[in-house]
Design a protein around this ligand. Structure first.
Ligand code: FE2
Length: 400
């Protein structure tokens, strides 16, 4: 979605004021944020400094005094804007964590250290229900959700935060200083909880360089791919880039790479022994396949790119792929409105409602796609404790 010209000017003015008053000591860590590592014993921490600080590290431990250290890698990031704004980005992986345990940490170097933050390592196992805070399209201006988010995280309401694309409006605005301002606004939240992301259309500048440099995700620590997956409780989460389908000026090979990675990842997650452990497969990406808005976005079209793939050829479409592997839930953003859809496939709704015709059609079908729809329905209606369906298949089931 686009911001008005007035909003852009306001963001620019705020960024200039911010730049002159908040950066302060150029060796002091800022923009600290966490993400899950590739298993519950690891956590990734990323921070920035305007000036280089060699030999940076993170100190962490179960009490407020640190007992472990992890060295950080430092990369120089030059924004693509006219001022070529420079900053240094540090990534460190805290390892050897005890799942479900609270840790304290601070990061930096002898030139300056962050305040002490804390986090809980991800719980182990699959017999628990993760509490996820989901949102997309959050900026510096008009970030009306920020006070609520800050309030909720202080009460420890969540196990992780998913930001489904479109950051800051924009990360690269005002030569990247709007991105710096946004990441500092998010620091009280994202330095204490895993902040899991995917790219949106607003991150496209300079081939998504601000997004790719500022975030580190499990298996994609340097933003080389913009797609990754991880497990949390009984769910397998897949984050990918919808934007590969829309910004072809940066090449098309990444669409193919991502598609084949998705196939492999879904194949692995769907193996019976894995699906028994983690019955939920959940995807997140920025631009939705469907929407009911009338804003001419791609999701309003009969064949959205992300859903049916390349026009005429119908290759790389994700709906068929996801359905064939029984993806349970797809999370999107971009539309600046809240919609929760019934299970649907190829523009048909399979909602398991009172409609006996619908129920019979689902029960009698033998197609792989519709069996996947059925599997989605049964997952959503299954009691998590007993494994039993919460309602018989032939009764009304709206909302289960
Ligand atoms: Fe968007």
């Amino acid at each position: 979605m686009k911001l008005s010209r007035v909003s852009v000017v306001l963001v620019w003015v705020v960024a200039v004021l911010f730049q002159s008053t908040v950066y302060g000591d150029p060796h002091q860590p800022q923009q600290v944020h966490l993400s899950f590592g590739d298993d519950p014993t690891k956590m990734i921490v990323v921070w920035n400094t305007p000036e280089p600080t060699p030999n940076a590290s993170v100190e962490y431990g179960q009490l407020s005094s640190a007992s472990r250290y992890a060295n950080a890698t430092m990369t120089k990031f030059v924004d693509g804007g006219s001022l070529h704004h420079v900053q240094y980005i540090y990534r460190a992986i805290m390892t050897g964590l005890v799942p479900g345990t609270k840790y304290y940490y601070r990061c930096g170097s002898k030139y300056g250290k962050s305040q002490v933050f804390s986090f809980s390592a991800m719980r182990n196992g699959t017999d628990w229900s993760p509490r996820i805070l989901l949102f997309g399209d959050l900026g510096v201006l008009n970030g009306r959700s920020l006070p609520r988010i800050k309030n909720d995280v202080t009460k420890n309401h969540y196990d992780a935060i998913f930001h489904v694309g479109d950051f800051a409006y924009d990360l690269q605005s005002a030569n990247g200083t709007v991105g710096d301002m946004f990441m500092n606004l998010m620091e009280p939240i994202a330095a204490n909880f895993s902040y899991m992301t995917c790219p949106g259309n607003h991150e496209y500048a300079y081939n998504f360089s601000n997004y790719r440099n500022r975030f580190s995700m499990p298996g994609d620590e340097y933003g080389e791919k913009m797609f990754y997956s991880f497990n949390i409780g009984p769910a397998h989460i897949i984050s990918f880039s919808s934007e590969y389908y829309y910004f072809l000026q940066f090449g098309s090979i990444q669409m193919f790479n991502q598609y084949y990675w998705l196939m492999e990842d879904l194949e692995e997650a769907s193996r019976p022994e894995n699906r028994r452990q983690r019955p939920w497969i959940i995807t997140m990406a920025h631009r939705p396949m469907y929407c009911s808005n009338s804003d001419s976005d791609d999701c309003t079209r009969r064949e959205s790119l992300i859903r049916t793939g390349i026009p005429f050829f119908h290759i790389l479409g994700l709906e068929k792929l996801f359905n064939s592997y029984g993806v349970d839930l797809m999370i999107w953003a971009h539309e600046h409105s809240y919609e929760r859809l019934w299970p649907l496939y190829d523009r048909k709704v399979y909602n398991g409602t009172k409609s006996r015709m619908t129920t019979r059609r689902l029960q009698s079908t033998s197609s792989q796609a519709q069996r996947a729809v059925m599997r989605t329905w049964t997952h959503s209606c299954r009691n998590r404790q007993t494994g039993q369906l919460s309602v018989p298949m032939n009764t009304a089931t709206p909302g289960c």
